[in-house]
Design a protein around this ligand. Sequence first.
Ligand SMILES: [Cu+2]
Length: 148
Amino acid sequence: MARLNRILSTFTAGAVLLGVGLSGAIQAQMPTTVAPANAKVYFVNLVDGEVVSNPVKVVMGLSGMGIAPAGIDFPETGHHHLVIDAPTPPAGQVIAADERHVHFGKGQTEAVLQLSPGKHTLQLVLGDRNHVPHTPAIVSRVITITVQ
Ligand SMILES: [Cu+2]
């Protein structure tokens, strides 16, 4: 399986490089890591529409894959990213690192947030060792919470 993943990754990288060359696209495309089709990320302790208070605890769930710290090359693993009030990160690109895109590169599965009062959207996105979403992308549904 690991060997197949490597072959697929190499193929994808070649195809992407060709695409960049032809289109002159400015965005750097990264090779992506193949993920099992049944893998899922999900919010363990928050549901869509929930009303919460600060500090907001977020427990991040993963099934069908394992957690590995950023930088570790191991098949069928990744690390969590929490997207706050931002769209789903694009495929084939390094996930931004800013206040709206939080990386859990040590393999953390819980976070505690201070959010401004009002509505916020949250989404989980698994990233590979290079912080690039897998193929297919392992993303949770977008939930909206209200902070009192
Ligand atoms: Cu990351």
